[in-house]
Design a protein around this ligand. Structure first.
Ligand code: BES
Ligand code: ZN
Ligand code: MN
Length: 494
């Protein structure tokens, strides 16, 4: 466990194993210390910039230099992180640089962060970035490395301001939640099936003030959730739906969150090629992000009523599996002709969206690792964003604060018409087998089930998983994408 504290103090004087400062590039390539780092530059005097230059450090964004201080400072080691152009410094860059620093602290037991932290927003960025950057997943290693970092001190002149104390609290709560998402998403699919995922959610939200309700397979049958049941047919693990509710006494408005919870996506009879199957344990990242957002909202007692709907299912193959050609009757009453069992997400989400819409919330936010084609369109760092213009704009504003990247993609009448008129046997067609724009087709399909409630859909098939090396505060593997923006969306409605 690492404890975080904010305190006023000087980076030169602070007694700690390692002190972190930011250095940017000023006029004519000059290395300039960023706010918080000035006392260190002064302590080194004129040798500061030449020393960094001799280490090959040029202030570029994300560059790192680790230096023994030989008593020039009270800290034993100095960690310098590059922040790039001095005039282009943003809170998001501070967050990412703090994450990069976290991955370079070595075996320090105590760290002081002397990064730009003049107000609550910057303190949040520093703590979120640093704490998120420390993440490691070693649950399934027989000899896990032990983290040695016990104390993190955030140096800021504003340490006494209530806004800053709140920011620290909010950041620590958010990262704890984000790390839980990462753990769940990284967990191998044999260790996380619908029933075990539901049980873990129940345990993790206990005591947070959230109400937990499990809708079992039998209850899904009684209610008529043909989408969830259809996808669950191929697995020996029964599907279920977890409902979480946050009911504050002073609620200003209501929001529903929906998250895709496919614990493993083999594709079903429309089987995936082996190469693209192995990563499909991540297909419950939407449900995990919603759970984490819910606990954060409850812990912070945000005065908005929020309910979450998490359909949990494993998409497998067997003699009882759903077939291409099957027609399912969804909870909405609409019948769906299934053409591709690998487009399973939209089938389980249809039922969950209907449940959410029937409670008439002010808005629905739905998050899912829905389509590979969205990754083709936007790459693996940007989520696809769909929905009505007002709700989409709201998401864009929230994302501005959190630093997560979204790009609005359209749903037009031509796609709606496609979904509504292409099946010869059912009300709607699940998938038209046209490759072009099929992330949009999926979104247009989902729209059929929101019943005029303002809504937005996040396709996080790309950013939920980082298949490359770590960058900034984002580790390899599960990223925890979406949690911060969902929390921000709800808290900005309070
Ligand atoms: N879970 C996948 C989406 C996915 C695929 C995410 C690849 C990341 C990488 C989803 O259930 C799926 O299989 N989608 C289909 C959509 C298609 C039928 C339009 C896909 O990506 O092939
Ligand atoms: Zn899937
Ligand atoms: Mn699939």
């Amino acid at each position: 466990m690492t404890t975080y504290t904010v305190r006023k103090g000087s980076a030169e004087k602070v007694r700690t194993d390692l002190v972190v400062i930011g250095v940017a590039v000023g006029k004519a390539g000059a290395l300039v210390p960023c706010p918080g780092g000035e006392p260190v530059a002064q302590a080194y005097g004129r040798s500061f910039a030449p020393m960094l230059a001799s280490l090959g450090f040029s202030g570029g964004f994300g560059e790192i230099a680790r230096i023994p201080t030989n008593k020039t400072l009270n800290a034993a080691q100095l960690l310098v992180v590059g922040l790039g152009d001095r005039n282009a410094l943003t809170t998001e860059k501070v967050r990412r640089a703090a994450g990069t620093a976290a991955r370079s602290v070595g075996n320090a037991a105590s760290v002081a962060l002397a990064l730009p932290a003049e107000d609550g927003a910057h303190v949040r960025a520093v703590v979120e970035g640093f704490a998120a950057g420390l993440y490691r997943f070693e649950e399934f290693k027989s000899k896990p490395r032990r983290g040695s970092l016990a104390d993190v001190l955030v140096l800021t002149d504003a340490a006494r301001r209530a806004e800053v104390v709140d920011a620290l609290d909010a950041a620590v709560t958010l990262v704890e939640a984000t790390d839980q998402v990462r753990d769940w998403v990284n967990t191998p699919p044999n260790a996380l099936v619908p029933s075990t995922f539901a049980a873990q959610i129940e345990r993790w939200v206990k005591g947070s003030g959230l109400a937990y309700e499990l809708v079992t397979t039998a209850q899904l049958k009684r209610q008529g959730c043909g989408g969830i049941l259809g996808v669950g047919l191929g697995s020996t693990e029964p599907p279920c739906l977890v409902k979480l509710t946050w009911t504050p006494p002073d609620a200003r408005g209501s929001v529903a969150l929906v998250g895709k919870g496919v614990t493993y996506d083999s594709g079903g009879l429309t089987i995936k090629p082996g190469g693209s199957m192995a990563s499909m344990k991540f297909d419950m990242a939407g449900a995990a992000a919603v759970t984490a957002a819910m606990r954060t909202i409850a812990t912070r007692k945000i005065p908005v009523a929020v309910s979450a709907y998490l359909p949990l299912v494993e998409n497998m193959i067997s003699g009882s599996a759903m077939r291409p050609g099957d027609v399912l009757t969804t909870l909405s009453g609409k019948t769906v002709e299934v053409t591709n069992t690998d487009a399973e997400g939209r089938l389980i989400l249809a039922d969950a969206l209907t449940m959410a819409a029937r409670t008439k919330p002010d808005a629905i936010f739905e998050i899912s690792t829905l389509t590979g084609p969205c990754v083709v369109a936007l790459g693996d760092r940007i989520a696809g964003l769909f929905g009505d213009d007002t709700t989409v704009a709201e998401v864009q504003r929230a994302a501005e604060t959190t630093g997560e990247l979204f790009w609005h993609l359209p749903i037009r009448d031509l796609q709606r018409k496609n979904v509504q008129t292409s099946s010869k046997v059912a009300d709607v067609l699940q998938h038209d087998w046209v490759r072009w724009g099929s992330a949009i087709y999926a979104a247009a399909f989902l729209e059929q089930f929101v019943e005029d409630v303002p809504w937005a859909h996040f396709d996080i098939a790309g950013p939920a998983w980082n298949s490359g090396g770590p960058w900034g505060h984002v580790p390899t593997g599960a990223t925890g994408f979406g949690v911060s923006t969902l929390v921000e969306l709800v808290s900005s409605r309070a």
